[in-house]
Design a protein around this ligand. Structure first.
Ligand code: ZN
Length: 379
């Protein structure tokens, strides 16, 4: 879990703007506990997501709320419903525990600085109720909007459901911005802007993903590529960068895939250690591996998350290709340019893939290192 730097500035601002030291203490305590509840809310999403096989790369707390970054979007509507409901459910449970202790909160408890433990607990209970209600507003990509999308997704395609949810979300975001502007409620204004751009971003992401359809890694992967031997120098690696147009290279010895070395590592090594260092000293021995029959839509996030991502494609223990983010974006570019009716037949899974003509002979790959933790890729 991470605290965004603006969150710390926000806490500092609260401390400085309070009328007295005591008020500052109570207010800091209240705000910290509220954000603890928001963190638990995001943890609720994350735990259910992990139970359903969707890993979570990070949870970040911002002054306007929390964000749990899933490594991929759940495609199953029921999974999305379960993951989404888990967050507000945490706040509902917290409120259910606090209400019998402190009693029902008044509006004053919510808007004034608490002055004793009782008013603090009432404020927390009230805030958790507000969090549940606010999150259920169907402003995609807020929780209510995600629920709306997931329910729509049971009726129409995921892409269409996302489109509709994004339009509704952006409409509500404009309302938030106008109301926030009118009442000088800046947090609401910021949340509105966050929702507006978030809805647009996620809609684009889903459209791009739908273009992938059920394309397999083997349909898109690069079949001709350069490789390096562990004894090759980093200077040789950099030559290959401009000679081949590749940014990352498999490092191979006696038919075994030892690692991957990418352009930033090569440049870094030349600058720090000189041009004659062998690539074996700078390569990354922990790498993600995919198979030709994997669906690109399912491995895309991991691949994009690798940054310079050249992901080796392994079949029957042999390196048969490399999958690059560029392969994926070009495939999407071609599909987007095709008229809808022709898409499936023209560019799709090729029934007879071209023969493997890699620059390396088919090689035996040793038992691979345990699946490496995929790098962080906020979604
Ligand atoms: Zn949530």
């Amino acid at each position: 879990m991470r605290l965004h730097v603006t969150f710390l500035i926000f806490l500092g601002w609260i401390a400085l703007s309070a009328s007295s030291a005591a008020a500052a203490q109570w207010e800091l305590l209240r705000v910290s506990l509220i954000f603890l509840c928001i963190g638990l809310h995001e943890l609720g999403h994350s735990l259910v997501a992990q139970q359903l096989g969707v890993s979570v790369s990070s949870i970040t707390l911002l002054p306007i709320g929390g964000v749990a970054a899933l490594r991929r979007l759940p495609e199953n509507s029921w999974h999305e419903i379960a993951i989404t409901v888990a967050g507000p459910l945490v706040n509902a449970l917290i409120a259910a525990v606090l209400l019998p202790i402190a009693g029902w909160p008044s509006v004053a408890d919510l808007v004034t600085i608490p002055h004793n433990a009782g008013s603090l607990v009432r404020a927390l209970a009230g805030t958790n109720i507000v969090l549940v209600l606010f999150n259920l507003i169907p402003a995609f990509p807020m929780d209510g909007g995600r629920l709306f999308r997931a329910v729509l997704g049971l009726l129409v395609s995921y892409q269409r459901a996302t489109r509709v949810a994004a339009i509704v979300g952006q409409g509500l975001a404009i309302v938030f911005i106008l109301v926030g502007w009118h009442y000088e409620a800046w947090v609401l204004l910021l949340i509105g802007a966050f929702i507006f751009f978030g809805a647009d971003g996620e809609d684009k992401l889903v459209r791009a993903r739908c273009l992938l359809g059920d394309a397999k890694v083997g349909d898109l992967m690069r079949r001709q590529f350069a490789t390096l031997a562990p004894t090759d120098t980093v200077e040789r690696g950099l030559q290959l960068v401009y000679q081949t147009g590749q940014d990352a290279f498999p490092v191979i010895e006696a038919g075994q895939l030892l690692g991957i070395v990418a352009r930033p590592d090569l440049l870094d090594a030349v600058n720090k250690l000189g041009p004659l260092v062998p690539v074996s000293e700078v390569m990354d021995g922990r790498f993600l591996v995919v198979q030709p029959h994997d669906r690109v839509a399912l491995v895309q996030d991991e691949i994009l998350g690798t940054g310079w991502g050249s992901v080796p494609v392994i079949e029957d223990g042999r390196l048969v290709g490399l999958l690059l983010p560029d392969n994926i974006s070009r495939f999407q570019l071609v599909r987007a340019g095709l008229k809808t009716a022709r898409r499936p037949g023209v560019v799709g899974r090729s029934p007879t893939p071209p023969p493997v003509i890699g620059a390396v002979p088919p090689i035996a790959v040793p038992p691979l290192p345990a699946a490496p933790p995929p790098p962080s890729a906020p979604v």
